[in-house]
Design a protein around this ligand. Structure first.
Ligand SMILES: [Zn+2]
Length: 333
């Protein structure tokens, strides 16, 4: 048993309370390699933004849970070395799908876990979430739950349709489970193809797809039911056109990739939405930078020469999100 407190990590409780009061949201960035982690920590340290490092089941399989845990521990020390006196870094399990997985993360030094039982029937979701909460809270680890189902694919989490969270269920769910935050479905989804071209309209000038707006009426109704309760948005990448264009220009093929417009996320961040998950955008930045190097310097075979530029581009992306979209900069001196 390792406590996250010994590792210098923090849970999400205080982070979220401050974010709701302050009208901003905490970035939750997924990581599964060193370059991503360096970019996240540099961006957070330089902007003094609290940050959530997310590890998905897929990341655990790819990079090994033990290694990722020690990387997060190293990240705290790295942040201090960068001059961030009091790093506010949370290590969070993204989309935990069983009690055993959540327990193993709690036991292993994670400061927060998500139990995603949203695909189960309502009562089963409550029972499993409650079980995880009871265990995690013994160790002061915070728990995110999910109600409503997102469209799209993120690792093994998939669902063809999006079912918005029912506002009339949230009080009962939060009360009976004791969860610390709630991921809701209001039209965001996982991946770089959040909407089909049929769901979008086309900008007559640019020919680019314009996605339908998020269901802010559902969010408002949820906030009315649960005033001041931390709300989480998954699948909130914006799929920046510049990265998609770079990827396509240098030999990639991402036709009609479309994400959530940043002004909608900016609006959400000012509300009780206090955690916004961003994964696909950093994958796109990484891929765009690597493709550019490969296209322009076909003789390059030193991974540092293409992972380095990828890291720089991701750092730029993370800073942009922190400062211009979530507004979390300066909230963790
Ligand atoms: Zn997710």
């Amino acid at each position: 048993m390792v406590s996250y407190k010994e590792l210098g990590l923090v849970n999400t409780r205080e982070m979220f309370a401050k974010a709701i009061k302050g009208g901003y949201a905490i970035p939750a960035f997924n990581f599964n390699n060193m370059e991503q982690l360096q970019a996240i920590i540099k961006a957070s340290a330089e902007t003094k933004s609290p940050v959530i490092l997310q590890v998905s089941k897929g990341a655990r399989n790819y990079a090994n849970q033990t290694l990722l845990r020690y990387m997060a521990q190293g990240a705290v020390e790295y942040a201090k070395e960068l001059g961030w006196e009091h790093p506010q870094i949370c290590l969070h399990l993204d989309h935990g799908d069983s009690f055993e997985l959540c327990k193993s993360c709690v036991d292993f030094g994670f400061s927060s876990v998500m139990i995603d039982a949203s695909s189960l029937p309502y009562e089963e979701n409550i029972a499993l979430t409650k079980k995880v909460v009871e265990y995690a809270h013994k160790y002061d680890v915070t728990v995110e739950a999910e109600l409503g189902v997102l469209a799209g694919v993120e690792d093994e989490v998939s669902s063809a349709v999006s079912h918005y969270t029912k506002p009339e269920e949230v009080v009962d769910f939060a009360t009976r489970t004791g969860c610390d935050s709630l991921a809701i479905s209001i039209g965001t989804s996982h991946g770089a193809y959040k909407f089909t071209p049929e769901q979008c309209t086309r900008d007559p000038k640019t020919g680019k797809l314009v996605p339908p707006p998020l269901a802010f009426d559902v969010l408002d109704a949820i906030m009315e039911q649960l005033p001041g309760f931390p709300i989480v948005l998954h699948g909130s990448s914006s799929v920046p056109q510049e990265y998609v264009d770079m990827i396509n220009k240098y030999g990639g093929k991402l036709p009609d990739a479309v994400g959530i417009p940043e002004e909608q996320l900016r609006k959400a961040a000012k509300s009780a939405v206090c955690k916004i998950n961003i994964d696909s955008d950093s994958r796109l930045a990484f891929t765009a930078a690597v493709r550019k190097v490969f296209a322009e310097k076909p003789g390059e075979f030193d991974p540092r020469k293409y992972c380095g530029p990828a890291r720089d581009l991701m750092e730029e992306l993370y800073k942009h999100k922190i400062i211009n979209v979530l507004g979390s900069n300066g909230h963790a001196e």
